[in-house]
Design a protein around this ligand. Structure first.
Ligand code: UT7
Length: 315
């Protein structure tokens, strides 16, 4: 398969570090130096499903594909206002498609997991055109009085339309269960029969453990996809890494011994938008004219689970 079109949408509300320091014991200096984030887009009046539909429409227009030509929709999402139906079905209706669709929750690695699923459909000869949409509102998961988590995230939706091609050179996924590192509990409806204690807990994170996992997993995943493809890091024109923390990106860059210029970033004004982070960065790079035909691109992401993955493709 190949990536034939991309699209992305951000909420209109921009929240700066200064705005956060008005109600949190934090500072622009701390957030910028420890994370690389200066501001983030935060959902206010928007609905996530509308942003997902808009990103999908942009990607379809970019690819020159009609919604009726889609054979499958994969939506990566951690939370949204609906428990059911799945977001992919809402997107299907919103764009006027009629194909099967599925939601996946692979946290911030969702785009890479979706690409691997789609690639398997192509290899099985079952699809021509696939839509992947990542739509995330992690700002609705954090406690906004917890300075350790709420400063990190931003919301957004990113989409990609896939068509037949041989541009994907390798994809590798990994998972290593570590459920006490990054987690959230939600409260379900009570029933007359529930006898266990249940609590609602906003997003909790052991930041340094996640940091270490992220660097190790990305280094391993990227090395594996490059080996698979018979490439070296120096052959790669662009490394599109999950935008979680500029220091994580710099650590991966140092491991790969490649120049800063090959690592496009948008974390400074987006924050971490979970699985939307990779397709939004992809869309911004593409629309910004950064890619030339034949460029080798690596994408890598990691997230709660832990899960991680990397892909190498030719543009
Ligand atoms: O998509 C995956 C999602 N998560 C991640 O990728 C997160 C990975 N981890 C990280 O990015 C970093 O670990 C953080 C940015 C979360 C934290 O940075 P750190 O350098 O690991 O800081 P720390 O947790 O060791 O905290 C250092 C200090 C603490 O104070 P004390 O205990 O030393 O007095 C924190 O309470 O910084 C304090 N702190 C803050 N201070 C001001 C934590 N958050 C803030 C804040 N403002 N927002």
């Amino acid at each position: 398969m190949k990536i034939a079109g991309t699209g992305s949408v951000l909420p209109s509300k921009v929240v700066t570090n200064e705005m956060l320091s008005e109600f949190l014991d934090t500072s622009d200096e701390w957030i910028r130096t420890r994370t690389g984030v200066s501001s983030r887009h935060v959902i206010s009046h928007e609905k996530l499903e509308d942003m997902a539909v808009e990103a999908a429409v942009k990607a379809l227009e970019d690819a020159g594909i009609q919604a009726s030509q889609l054979d499958f929709i994969i939506c990566s999402n951690v939370v949204n206002e609906y428990v059911t139906p799945q977001l992919s079905c809402i997107i299907q209706g919103g764009i006027g498609a009629s194909c099967p669709c599925i939601d996946i929750n692979c946290a911030c690695a969702g785009f890479i997991y979706a690409l691997e699923m789609a690639e398997s459909f192509y290899k099985a000869g079952r699809v021509q055109n696939v839509l992947v949409v990542c739509a995330e509102e992690p700002t609705r998961m954090t406690d906004w009085s917890d300075r350790r988590t709420c400063v990190l995230f931003g919301d957004g939706a990113g989409a990609a339309v896939l068509t037949p091609g041989d541009n994907i050179k390798s994809i590798r996924l990994s998972a290593a269960s570590a459920t006490d590192k990054l987690w959230q509990y939600r409260l379900l409806q009570p029933t007359p029969y529930i006898e266990k204690e249940e609590v609602e807990v906003p997003l909790q994170m052991k930041g340094q453990d996640v940091f270490k996992f992220a660097v190790k997993a990305a280094a391993t995943d990227i090395s594996r996809v490059l080996d698979d493809a018979g490439l070296r890091a120096g052959d790669v024109s662009h490394f599109l890494l999950h935008q979680a923390n500029i220091r994580i990106i710099q650590a991966i860059r140092a491991y790969l011994e490649q120049p800063d210029s090959r690592f496009p970033v948008n974390i400074h004004d987006h924050g971490n938008s979970s699985s939307s982070s990779c397709p939004i960065l992809l869309d911004e790079c593409r629309r910004g004219g950064r890619f030339k035909k034949g460029d080798v691109v690596v994408m890598s992401a990691f997230g709660a689970g832990f899960v991680s993955g990397a892909v190498v493709f030719e543009w």
